[in-house]
Design a protein around this ligand. Sequence first.
Ligand code: FAD
Length: 361
Amino acid sequence: MTKWDVIIVGAAQAGCAAAWDLAAAGRRVLVLSRPAGQGKPCAGGVTAKALNRYRFSIAPVVREVVSTLWVGRFPANSQALHAPNPFCVMTERAELDAFCRQQAQQQGASFVETRGVQSLRQDGRSVTLTTREGERFQADALIAADGAHSPVRKLLGERRFAGAVAIEGCVPRDQLSRYPGMTLDFAAIKGGYGWLFPKGDHVNVGLYVWRQGIASPSRELLDRYSQQQLGTRPSGVQGYPLGTWLPQSRLCQGRILFAGDAAGCTEALLGEGIYGAVLSGQLAAQAILAGQLASYPQWLAGWREELATVEQLARLFYPLMPLSTRMLQGNLGETLVEGFALGLTLGQCKRRWRGASIVGR
Ligand SMILES: Cc1cc2nc3c(=O)[nH]c(=O)nc-3n(C[C@H](O)[C@H](O)[C@H](O)COP(=O)(O)OP(=O)(O)OC[C@H]3O[C@@H](n4cnc5c(N)ncnc54)[C@H](O)[C@@H]3O)c2cc1C
């Protein structure tokens, strides 16, 4: 059995970010990935702050560059919020993951496909993993970057949480009478929003609910929403939970660290998870490189604090509809897109907005 320095379970945003840093530092890294399929359900919006975190340019997989956000019901009742610079780019998630995998491979990370993890064992010195195919791998440390359902968390008997939930699908551009800009519509569903994300040859349409149980973003509701907004029903519809539980979750167990949605690194207000996945993947790698596995939670403490603040915002924001939408269509929204264009987080935008309100008084 080959001994690796680090095994990473999951070859998406968190896993590839960790693999890149570890391989670039000369560590022997094995990434276990699922066979490529339709791709992970995701709208593929990558904000400026996430772009700033990648170790490489993702330009080859960018389909649209966005500097205007439409807030409200497309097309008649939405308000355009213009940022001085682009604040987001649109990608196809399967393309983005494949590209990040390629980048990690070029740094020297090895990838092996598996249908899943059968068992995990760890002692003071190493972690041993057996796949469903019966292959055994051993490493000094393991990063679980296996998403919101995280089979590794389950195997380790870690606590499960209910986070946010979203559903998405696609409408080809040639079926549309009007190609929308990036749109968030907070009247689409209780406790969340509907979105339209333009991707060049199609539009991604979806529904997000910030906490499971407030409303159900079902296939029927998405079909109806898409019919109203785009005149047709979407194809390739997939729903999935989002890991928004970082403020409550445990981030490591012995030699195993959790990153990305497996750790709950997605913010709850809008469900942006790519940034938290890349950030936590990189920090998990840095903790391993520093030989300080147990201090990984401290390295992520700033992001944990941010997500706790954003969760509070979500608690205030959604019950105040439609007032919240009106605020977002005005000064608050402008501060937000300007802040996003500067690569700020939601918490940093909030502090900036409060500062501007106080100065404006
Ligand atoms: C519908 C929807 C739309 C979204 N839109 C956006 C958006 O526009 N922008 C944004 O920033 N965020 C968005 N998010 C959130 C974002 O998708 C996630 O936060 C992000 O993908 C988390 O990345 P990750 O690498 O932690 O996990 P994931 O992307 O979930 O990846 C986990 C990987 O692990 C693999 N895996 C799982 N189990 C195993 C196993 N046993 N062995 C091997 N591999 C395994 C999976 O196949 C997958 O490739 C959206 C989420 C949803 C559900």
